[in-house]
Write a protein that binds this ligand. Sequence first.
Ligand code: 3PG
Length: 306
Amino acid sequence: MKVLVATEKPFAAVAVEGIRREIEDAGYTLALLEKYTDRAQLLEAVADADALIVRSDKIDAEVIDAARQLKIIVRAGAGYDNIDLEAASARGIVVENTPGQNSNAVAELVFGLAVMAVRNMYNGTSGTELRGKRLGIHAFGQVGRNVARIARGFQMNISALDPYCPDEVMLEASVQPLHDVKVLYAGNDVVSLHIPATAETRGSVGYELITSMPKNGVLINTARKEVIDEEGLDKALAERIDIKYVADIRPGNADALMEKYPGRVFFTPKKMGAQTAEANINAGIAAARQTVAYLRDGIDRFRVNR
Ligand code: 3PG
């Protein structure tokens, strides 16, 4: 059986070695397609694959259709908005993610971005500290919980909003539960986004919420660009010259924003929240183990489609 690892943004070499070990020890063959630049390469590589391990690689109906032998797709990471679940389900293909495996890496980057923002992008002028500031965590999943853990070390006052998370989980983490998105934005100096890109969240953070932030507010996005209403963000930044937006995902209007609001916006060149050796090893090996567990024993514990 062939397990294809297709990663346009490759894992660290040490993670690939670990994945190879898991796959080959189970008696399967590993095929590696890294840094591919052409979709045709992916379509060709999946043709005889029994299993597919990917990161943010777009696995749409066309790819699924080209993969005639495919039984399982594992997204080595958290968000699976890059995979057409319906097309996979229609073919009886299992889709899984590896929740929690890269969340510390993303959470650490949140603070890399937060410190940079409050120190005025390191431009030499006097900034502010995070200690004593109010942090609002928008969604309290695995990444949000790691953000809270690190924020406690910074001595921030932490609150979070997550309709899918019981208040007790937040209270146990010394986080104040909120139930109104308006309060989350209006009441926090720093807001960190951790909502997935779904029909419900797309474009849900825009002008109203951003302009409701307190003076010198910082909005951090290490989640997905789709959750931002980009026109609304632009309008908010034009009106509120004290607000900063720092993100690990370049918005569609990144160039225009950087030109219009120098020193107030920052975007990593490529999504790199989960791009650490540790996260690659954790998520990559988990993906390989889950693949083997399914191919060999039919175990689909992390299945996200039905
Ligand atoms: C995730 O959803 O796990 C993160 O966004 C990381 O994505 P990546 O594997 O493309 O870096």
